[in-house]
Design a binder for this molecule. Structure first.
Ligand code: SAM
Ligand code: SF4
Length: 329
């Protein structure tokens, strides 16, 4: 799959549910209305869809949400998708999770062939954690992360930087990750979906966070790249690598190799644009994937060049109306 700008699409992120056991303030409103189950793709449909993408050249598949590990029988989907690792068609199968269910599932993920996972964690302070996630418990997540480590999974911590909320804790998180052997990446808040508060209040350019971190250690730019949107710096004193994802202050679209599918089967060619393709309709059209393959090809043919994210204090309107939990982070 080659898009109009010559980018080969090899990375698919699939949201398997819009539901979650947390209500992180930057991600969801407290009283979210979730999709009726009838609109959400079945596990069989998700498998068919992922398999079609793998046959078209996707080498890396990330399962996300909402919280992927709260979807009923999610492990059966992951077990089935694991067959593509065995044949070598898929290089990597991975998940992004809030960590709440990892204590239950870490060993099984390893059995399936998952090697590394991303866990979202914005603070190491229990009260602050419950304030940010509204419904989450830090000890449960730390237990999950520990279980994942013991099972042999490589762990990357993703932290959303929020001014006046967790920025003062950045060094604690960096040191903790260094001690535990986890990678860490900081992310800027993105204007996606209506939430209860004002995003502009906590929006923090990572250039500012980086300057704060630099008061405690020396950061050197690194040319290390993973093919994703993160740019890296190395802590001179310890050699630890820190990632920064800055969708608002930087454009990382030139090297974009990914597309996303929501749990209702909508294919989004760009996280920051509204154009999409209805793959559920295509899935239902026949059983030999003719319509599905045609719909995917047609959509990749109009992948846009990049996003137009702006957090606008005057309108406070999100740049895209859907929540990150719908498209999958
Ligand atoms: N529930 C899982 C989790 O939290 O890791 C997976 C889905 S969550 C939507 C994926 C990632 O998106 C998380 O790291 C979360 O912090 C991030 N996220 C959610 N809303 C965001 C926003 N508006 N701006 C930036 N990151 C956001
Ligand atoms: Fe749930 Fe993840 Fe959104 Fe938090 S960021 S509410 S854990 S989907």
């Amino acid at each position: 799959m080659i898009d109009p700008f010559g980018r080969a699409i090899k990375y698919l992120r699939v949201s398997v549910t819009d539901r979650c056991d947390f209500r992180c303030e930057y991600c969801m409103a407290e009283n979210m209305t979730f999709l009726p189950k009838s609109e959400v793709l079945s596990l069989e449909e998700l498998d068919r869809l992922c398999t079609a993408f793998i046959e078209k050249g996707v080498e890396k598949l990330r399962i996300t949400g909402g919280e992927p590990l709260v979807r009923k029988d999610i492990m059966s989907l992951l077990h089935n998708l694991g067959r593509h690792l065995k044949t070598g068609a898929l290089e990597e199968l991975t998940i992004t999770t809030n960590g709440s269910q990892l204590a239950r599932f870490a060993d099984e993920l390893v059995d399936i062939g998952v090697k590394r996972i991303n866990v979202s964690l914005d603070t190491l302070d229990a009260q602050q954690f419950t304030r940010i996630t509204r419904w989450g418990r830090l000890d449960q997540v730390l237990e999950g992360i520990q279980a994942a480590k013991e099972a042999g999974l490589k762990i990357k911590i993703n932290t959303v930087a929020m001014r006046g909320v967790n920025d003062a804790e950045a060094m604690d998180l960096i040191r903790w990750c260094g001690d535990e052997g986890y990678d860490i990446t900081f992310i800027e808040t993105m204007p996606m979906g209506e939430i209860d508060g004002e995003r502009a209040d906590v929006y923090m350019p990572l250039s500012v966070l980086r300057a704060q971190i630099s008061q405690h250690c020396t950061l050197e730019d690194s040319d290390y790249r993973t093919g994703g949107p993160a740019r890296y710096a190395t802590v001179t004193e310890t050699g630890q690598r820190i990632g920064f994802i800055t969708p608002l202050t930087h454009n990382f679209c030139e090297s974009c190799n990914r597309v996303r599918v929501t749990c209702t089967g909508m294919l989004y060619m760009c996280l920051g644009q509204d154009d999409n393709a209805d793959l559920r309709k295509a899935l239902l059209a026949d059983s030999d994937n003719t319509a599905l393959n045609a719909a995917i090809d047609e959509a990749i043919g109009r992948k846009p060049k990049g996003h137009d994210f702006v957090i606008d204090r005057r309108t406070n309107a999100p740049a895209v109306s859907r929540h990150m939990s719908v498209t999958g982070g």
